[in-house]
Design a protein around this ligand. Sequence first.
Ligand code: NAP
Length: 289
Amino acid sequence: MTALIIDGKQLAQQRRAEWKLRADRLNAAGIAPGLAAVVIGDDPASKVYVRNKIRACREIGIRSEEHALAADSTLDIVLALIDRLNADAGIHGILVQLPLPAQLAPLAVLERMSPEKDVDGLHPHNLGRLLSGHARFVPCTPAGIMEMLKSTGFDLRGKEAVVVGRSALVGKPAALLLLQAGATVTLCHSQTADLAHHTRRADVLVCAIGKAQAIGGEMIKFGAAVIDVGISRSHEGKLVGDVDYGAALQRAGWVTPVPGGVGPMTIAMLLANTIVSAERHAAKQGIAL
Ligand code: NAP
């Protein structure tokens, strides 16, 4: 058996066409959708992620601006920038690229953002709304994961879903979304005893741990949908996921590649959230689209 590959790049491209139409409509109505990306420090991966997000914005007609702050920026400096972006009517989405330098508590920064502009969906209000089933913005990576699963036609109701990794960015929101979609969810982490015991039962396996190829073929149920979120470097310096991709191809029903899987879908969902935010702004102003 060879798994079907869920091509995140292609799926993102399809979805982007739809968002471009909506961005065009907004621009024609005099609302230029605007995203501000805040990157603090010199982490090379963060810089690449932000550059990719800005390029993707440009491609579909979202105006974007990058705000680069020095690695030793104080909390006051960062909060002053967030306040300015909150007050800027031309900005509909703000993202603060994580991780932050050690002196900055992520919660203090995320909490300062206007929840209406928090297109990454990480403000405590927005995570709370997600928990209560009334999401304002769904965090981009978990939203992308759900889009990928939807693209397979896989009916999640009554299925066993196992999420490995419990971060607020990926694992926990992904587990909530799977639960809301009707799956029975197990959330695993570094202290889970006998991880394979859980993963082998999974009809849907979402891996978000950041350990190169930690999930071997023997940990995957035959026919499962495997979503690999992790991004690491192999010993040879190649980008790899949490899952042994070659082995997954032999056992799974569907599998996402790394790179070209969850990454492009994460960016697509950021575009989607920014467009939705600009549309809400237009609606508040009584502008018909
Ligand atoms: P994180 O905050 O470091 O969380 C990692 C999680 O994995 C933690 O809950 C940790 O458990 C768990 N874990 C670590 N080692 C484990 C093991 N051996 N067995 C079981 N669980 C283990 O990371 P994150 O922000 O969620 O990101 C996870 C990975 O996804 C990273 O590689 C990141 O680069 C990637 N990522 C990709 C995208 C994308 O767009 N493709 C987006 C976001 C993140 P404890 O809680 O017990 O420590």
